[in-house]
Design a binder for this molecule. Sequence first.
Ligand code: PLP
Length: 358
Amino acid sequence: MITVTKTFFPPIEDYKSQLDRIWEYKWLTNNGQLSKELTANLKEYLGVNYLIPMTNGTLPIQIALNAYANQGEVITTPFSYVATTSSIVWEKCTPVFVDIHPEYLTIDETKIEQAITSKTSAILVTHVYGNPCNIEAIEAIANNHGLKVIYDAAHCFGVTYKGQSLFNYGDVSICSFHATKLFHTGEGGALFCKDEVTYKEMLYRHNFGHNGPLEYHGLGINAKISELQAAMGLSVLPYIDQIIEDRKRVCELYDALLDFSKVSRLKIRENTKWNYSYYPIIFNSEETLLKVEKFLSVNDIFPRRYFYPSLSSLPYVNKDDTPIADKLSKRVMCLPLYYQLEEKNIRKICDLILDSIQ
Ligand SMILES: *Cc1c(COP(=O)(O)O)cnc(C)c1O
């Protein structure tokens, strides 16, 4: 069976030696030695100044919204994972969906301004598949209207834009370290920001609002990473360049073998060093997608319809007018992509796709 992704397992000895350290320290959570090391190593690897590791990638979105969105309207994308929208509603804010660009699949920045009202409190948009949004345009709009920008950068581990980490853009960025993501800690995630003030705002919120053991800064929640998660992160990180390099091989083979007069691929924004996190292809109709999906599944190959359905069709939001996202979410499929996916299998996948769309 070939699935859309396969979690990278570091050699068990690597993980065991990290666990041995935990047993020596006798310390399982609350900013332990391993999570401090993981934070330092990630800061260095990614080239970021402020990073708070957390227990998943959804809580940092909620924490940032809790700090900035003030139960107002949040401009967002309908083309993302459900956590982007559900976090907005969870924080008692109202998502306002703006349509996406047909080739980049990120929010269409030219449509943001007309969606802003007096109730708009923040912009929360996704660098979908690790492909950057139009950062400059969004920053200009946000500055014009005094809005904070939160990037759901769940897919963006290792991506650089204009020579620096994509996490260095926006007021806050978040990443997911879930087992299905490029870099993982089993469950996990992180929040990134650029200055000390924001960092402290976010830090206390992720630890019950504590300001020292007996004092409280304000409202908070528990989003702390545990030492067990950090142990996995420290075991996976040394392999990350190798993982990205191998995924590049897979993507380049797909690029060479598929017929792009019949399906389209993602257009990566200029000035981006991408991380090969997903391989989405866009069919010319949903019927074709379903036909291919069926054909692959009888051959024991299971791609995934990331991201379907369009988030503006969720039962707990207002349906906004986003025709491009509605249309494309029905026609996008992510092909299997993981470390050491064998060439013969990539060839088989491409042959099956080409056969079924003849
Ligand atoms: C995976 C993902 C999340 C959620 O991250 P978790 O670590 O699973 O909580 C949020 N946004 C996007 C776009 C994602 O793909």
